[in-house]
Design a protein around this ligand. Structure first.
Ligand SMILES: [Zn+2]
Length: 459
């Protein structure tokens, strides 16, 4: 009942604003404005109840995000978002909609021409649509598991803002696009240059020209290698960075102009052979020129982009230095940590990669993994038969390696730590659906504990 009486009191203040005395008019206007703020705040919190959980009262449709059904009210979405209005207006629902328990159900993936919007980002987005207020980002998905990180420009913080930018742009909420463009702009100078890539990609897709321009400028001035730029950025963006980076012709020496491209061509051929998983061709190319695997930073390339079995086949050639640094000062293990692929990390460690090597700015492979991993993913329980928790395995393996072998380049492996790694490996296999009895890993470990160094990639 109190709610019903408030609008009329608000109206009575508004209607008294015709009083001729200037100060009274001013006071009543101020009071009316205050009441309006109070009314809108109450309206906002009442509507918040409609998004307080994933099954709100009176919801008449579902949106499935990361396997979770989120109940929504079509009338609210339609009045707030042009995208949803057009979606719900469609008479023939050939738009990814299926009927489920008497309600239409939409799959988020059907909405996305590019990018990703996770469950928590969609919940924050929905909350804004209903209440007009932007909630704080949930810590479990917008921070990393490095306790020393300020989380002001680590990858999870960036990725969460990127997801909300995709949501704002795809669902056509212009004021949110402006807001997230500003947030993402704040990351551009603070973040590591490799973490600028997702910002540049979202800016390109969402046509945020100011953000594109600042990101392009940062990447152009950085030492980010041309391979990463070509592989990870849209062609148009990669091309504009390449042109911006081109030396003026007058700076190129005559001799250099002939020799450098030939060497680069040979390196590119090796990388193309790696892209095709053709290690035999790589061996052939090595015999045809004086370019070595290390010259081509072939291990770095394979660790970043190739199938894990290619990494172990290249390692098996024993022609590459497993602790070599690339032009940016990263070892192969640093690159593998950025990819967060447990089997590549384990193959490298088994071949003597040092986990204690630091990047030029003082990060270990363990730190790299930590700063890429969200608490939600690290603590996620893995159901039997489902894909394993790769984030956790990478971090745990590297942490154990750091603890047991702080000296760089020491390839000796103790029986105890070997057992640790085998246990980890078996859990990994078990979670991938290879059914092993719960106590089998321990029995198996005791049998192989004195075995020679294992090639993880063959398991
Ligand atoms: Zn962080």
């Amino acid at each position: 009942m109190a709610n019903l009486s408030e609008p009329s009191s608000s109206l009575s203040f508004s209607s008294s604003s015709h009083l001729s005395n200037g100060s009274i008019t001013h006071e009543t206007s101020a009071a009316a404005a205050t009441l309006e703020v109070i009314s809108l705040t109450k309206l906002s919190s009442s509507l918040e109840h409609l998004v307080s959980d994933n099954s709100p009262p009176f919801s008449d449709a579902d949106v499935v995000v990361e396997g979770v059904s989120v109940g929504v009210h079509r009338c609210i979405l339609a009045v707030r978002s042009k995208f949803f209005k057009e979606l719900f207006d469609k008479k023939n629902n050939n738009n990814g909609c299926v009927e489920k328990e008497g309600k239409p159900s939409y799959n988020m993936n059907e909405f996305l021409p590019y990018g990703k919007i996770g469950l928590e980002a969609f919940q924050v987005f929905l909350s804004y649509l209903y209440t007009g207020k932007l909630k704080a980002s949930p810590m479990e998905v917008s921070t990393c598991v490095d306790t020393h990180c300020a989380h002001d420009a680590c990858r999870p913080a960036i990725d969460f803002a990127v997801e909300l930018m995709y949501a704002s742009s795809i669902f056509q909420i212009p004021e949110m696009v402006s807001l997230f463009q500003r947030r993402l702009l704040n990351f551009v100078d603070k973040a590591l240059v490799e973490d600028i890539i997702p910002i540049l990609v979202v800016a390109f897709h969402c046509q945020c020209s100011q953000l594109v321009s600042q990101c392009v400028d940062r990447v152009t001035r950085s030492d980010l290698d041309s391979i990463s730029i070509e592989k990870e950025l849209p062609y148009e963006v990669a091309e504009s960075i390449r042109l911006l980076r081109c030396k003026p012709p007058t700076e190129a020496e005559d001799g250099e102009a002939v020799v450098v491209p030939l060497r680069e061509k040979q390196i590119r051929r090796i990388q193309k052979a790696l892209d095709s998983d053709d290690v035999e061709l790589v061996k052939l190319l090595l015999t045809e020129s004086d370019v070595t695997l290390d010259d081509a930073t072939a291990l770095h390339y394979a660790a970043a982009y190739c199938d894990p079995k290619v990494v172990s086949e290249i390692l098996a050639l024993r022609l590459a230095d497993v602790n070599r640094r690339n032009s940016r000062g990263y070892t192969v293990l640093h690159i593998a940590a950025m990819r967060k692929e447990p089997s590549v990390i384990m193959s490298l460690l088994a071949k003597g990669a040092s986990a204690s090597e630091l990047t030029l700015d003082g990060r270990s492979a363990f730190n790299i993994c930590q700063r890429l991993t969200r608490p939600k993913d690290y603590h996620a329980k893995t159901e039997q038969g489902k894909e394993t928790n790769k984030d956790r395995i990478c971090i745990d393996v590297l942490e154990r390696e750091m603890r047991r072998n702080p000296m760089a380049g020491d390839v000796s492996v103790t029986s105890h730590t070997m057992a640790d790694d085998m246990h980890m490996r078996l859990l990994y296999l078990e979670n991938r659906g290879i059914t092993l009895r719960r106590d089998l890993p321990r029995l198996f470990i005791s049998a192989i504990v004195h075995a020679p160094l294992i090639n993880w990639s063959k398991i």
